[in-house]
Design a protein around this ligand. Structure first.
Ligand code: HMG
Length: 390
């Protein structure tokens, strides 16, 4: 049975900053951010947008394709979850009026949570062939103003409908995984800002990629020549390029050029949005599918990495007619109609975060945008609703 992604949608907040401007304000050479890191813009989430509102917005575009009777699993992969107990998938179910006869949960393992959800969905459909699963990967990546990680922040979500005989991508059952307890990146429960051993984390990303890629080749007898394109978790686009460069010497110059060309298409959305943690790999996949027009039957390789850390490499195959199931125009519009913030305004928006405190909180309605908003916190409960300004 062929199982995979039948529908895929994305969402990113309505606000962004230009990273050349940020570089200038931070006293850094702009080329460091645009070439050294490989990012042009960064999505900015006001406090009215979080993993729940963005996840619901990304999934909203798939609603028409969901068979409500057959939907049996709703998974939110996030590492910027807003409650230590309750799954954000439940608020998403309410906001989208999804049926109640579903398993609903939240998965956490840094940026690997989206892949964990996707693989769980794949296994679920394999066991229940008529069923469908909704997998949402949604995050706000925050490191703090003027930190080394600031240039690698971002915000957004990707939602995927997983079922048998999918219209877009068949996910092959050939994963190779590596899990190990390391301290490259983590977020204590009392803060919304992540901590990272930056350089070490990049080394571990490459090390985990090497481990799973070598093992994958040994187990499948496939080589790089068997892949049309590789897509990567993109904490920043240069990171994916470093991983690709690590394996390029195994193929000839023509194949190297082709892989680099496809990689370039896979990073276009991320260059404008930044790291969306759990959804980053799938944002890269979406960018590749919508901008590159690869032939049906193409074999893609996907490398997922979540700090802490888990790495997974697996392959997937493009389904005939997949372009008809994509929405490139809607995604171009989503990106193009965003409002640019000055660095001063971005800093004010960044500092107006939902506090880790018992007091009530009201989010700033001047930044209400998108289909759903967090209006605030009352009696220590987050208040979500349809955006009254939409
Ligand atoms: P840094 O210290 O600011 O940067 O940290 P750097 O000094 O290493 O420079 C970065 C690159 O810019 C270098 O290129 C420089 O040469 C270049 P590289 O050697 O890497 O190829 N550069 C220039 N290029 C052109 N013109 C110039 C110029 N100047 C310098 N003038 C770092 C960078 C990414 C470490 C930092 O931003 C950080 O800590 N980010 C957060 C952690 C992170 O993103 N890690 C990635 C791997 S871990 C991961 O992917 C998981 C994650 O997504 C979380 C999760 O799983 O949940 C993060």
């Amino acid at each position: 049975m062929k199982i995979g992604i039948d529908q895929i949608g994305m969402y990113t907040p309505d606000f962004f900053i230009d990273l050349r401007e940020l570089a200038t304000v931070r006293g850094v050479a702009p080329d460091k951010f645009t070439i050294g890191i490989g990012q042009d813009q960064q999505a900015v989430a006001p406090s009215s947008q979080d993993a729940v509102t963005m996840g619901a917005a990304a999934a909203q575009s798939l609603l028409g394709a969901i068979d409500r009777e057959q939907l049996g699993l709703v998974v939110l992969g996030t590492e910027s979850g807003v409650d230590a107990s309750k799954a954000g998938a439940l608020q998403i179910i309410r906001l989208l009026d999804l049926p109640a006869h579903v398993r609903a949960m939240e998965i956490k393992e840094a940026c690997y949570g989206g892949t964990a959800g996707l693989m769980m969905a794949r296994d679920y459909v394999a066991a229940h062939p008529t069923k469908q699963a909704l997998v949402i990967a949604s995050d706000v990546a925050r490191y703090g103003l003027a930190t080394a990680g600031e240039v690698t922040q971002g915000a957004g979500a990707v939602a995927m409908l997983v079922k048998a005989n999918p219209r877009i991508l068949v996910i092959n059952d050939d994963s190779v995984v590596h899990a190990e307890d390391i301290g490259d990146f983590w977020r204590p429960v009392y803060t919304d800002q992540a901590l990272a051993r930056g350089k070490y984390s990049t080394e571990q990303y490459l090390h985990f990629f090497d481990l799973v890629w070598q093992q994958y080749q040994a187990e499948t007898s496939l080589t790089l020549n068997d892949f049309t394109a590789l897509t990567f978790h993109l904490p920043y686009t240069k990171m994916g390029l470093k991983a690709l460069r690590q394996v390029l010497p195994s193929v000839d110059a023509t194949k190297q050029a082709a892989l680099l060309k496809h990689f370039d298409q896979s990073i276009q959305y991320s260059r404008r949005i930044g790291n969306i943690y759990t959804g980053s790999l799938y944002l890269g996949l979406l960018s590749l599918l919508e901008l590159d027009h690869l032939p049906a039957g193409s074999r893609l390789g996907l490398f997922s990495y979540g700090s802490g850390a888990v790495g997974e490499f697996f392959s997937a195959e493009l389904v005939s007619g997949y372009e008809q199931a994509l929405r490139p125009a809607a995604h171009a519009e989503l990106l193009d109609q965003r409002r640019q913030l000055s660095i001063t305004e971005y800093e004010a928006v960044f500092n107006d975060a939902v506090p880790y405190a018992k007091a009530d909180y009201q989010s700033n309605s001047a930044y209400y945008a998108g289909p759903f908003v967090l209006t605030g916190v009352q009696g220590q409960e987050r208040q979500y609703q349809v955006n009254p300004n939409a």
